[in-house]
Structures are given as C-alpha cells and as structure tokens.
Design a binder for this molecule. Sequence first.
Ligand code: FES
Length: 110
Amino acid sequence: MPKMVFIDAAGTRREVDAPVGLSVLEVAHKHGVDLEGACEGSLACSTCHVVVDPGWFDLLKEPTEDEEDMLDLAFGLTKTSRLGCQIVISPELDGLTVTLPAGSRNLQKG
Ligand code: FES
C-alpha cells in the first residue's frame, strides 16, 4: 500500500498508509491528521489546503479551474499549494509528502 507523509506546522513528520483511490483529505481524516476539509471535498472551501513537496508536485494531475478558484482564497498560498480533497492517491504517489499550512482562513485571527 502506498504511504504518505504529512508534515505539520511545527515541522513534525508523520508517515501513514494511503490507500489507492482515497483523497489526501480522506487519508488525513483516517489517521486523525489535523486537516479540516469543511466542505468534505465538494470544492466549496479552502480548508483542505496543503503545500505539496516540490518533488511531488509535477506528478499530480493538473488542478481544475474550480480548484484554482478556491485555492486563490486559501490563506498562505504557495506555488505548490493544492486542495487535499482533489489529490487522489495512486500507486505512483507512494511517498507523497505534503505540509499543512500554519493556519486556514477560517482560523485566521484579525
Ligand atoms: S474540503 Fe472543501 S475544498 Fe476540499
């Protein structure tokens, strides 16, 4: 089974099993990783924002226009940002490494 690595805002790495066909958001929830995903993958929030390790970014399928639009709203957007609910685990993504941003817009303090 493929593995995935989540790195939290404090820099702690956590390697978990990532079943083929699940989204990164679903993998996170399965293992209690703190990735919100308020809309449960329906592209209506940006709280599942993850920063993909540059070494993996080009292996991912291109984001849809809807994903790009939602990403524009994400707090702390980077060049390798994606929405976790839109990345689906495939065998080629074994070892996929993503970092959880320090905060999402919903939690941002004014
Ligand atoms: S969970 Fe809302 S866009 Fe991914």
